[in-house]
Design a protein around this ligand. Sequence first.
Ligand code: PAN
Ligand code: ZN
Length: 190
Amino acid sequence: MKTQQIIEPSLLFAGACLSGEKVKTSRKTLAGLTGIFEDTQAYAALASDTPVYEVFSFLPADPPLPGALNFGITKLFPGKVGREYFMTRGHFHARIDCGEYYWGLEGEGVLLLMDGRRVTRGERMFPGSLHYIPGGVAHRVANTGSKPLAFAACWPSDAGHDYDAISSHGFSARVMEIDETLQLVESCTE
Ligand code: PAN
Ligand code: ZN
């Protein structure tokens, strides 16, 4: 009888933590999010080194390969700039046909989804929520709770990230606290 050794997995995804030799970490502070929040005075008054989010990702194909899948966990800290909740930069995929899954692990928030005609909708995120983001739809997450929001993501390795359209025009709606209530406010300026 021929036997083989059963090996340990090279990645661990426990709770909201991703670990493994090939996991990369990137961190975003307020300094790296210039121009995304509506209230520029409130933004300027906050310490630029305030942590906003961390991304732990496993990118199996370097360079990217059609068919290969990336996996990542984003941990988005609670906080607000003025009345607007801390959020990710947001992007379209450079390859517009590439979709993505997001799913909630910890905390609560809102996933903003904006299509090519700049129509934005918001989906509530919470542990167990699952979100399919079709190709051609920009995506951004806001933490609307008082604890870190963690979500996992899986996307094609060759999707790429197009941040320019969002840097120039933003999303057409913002996740804000108005009169102590969470609101999705349509932007008239963009
Ligand atoms: C995610 C995002 C991550 C950070 O892995 O890249 O949540 O958000 P920004 O890239 O908008 O800063 C993803 O959507 N990958 O495609
Ligand atoms: Zn994406």
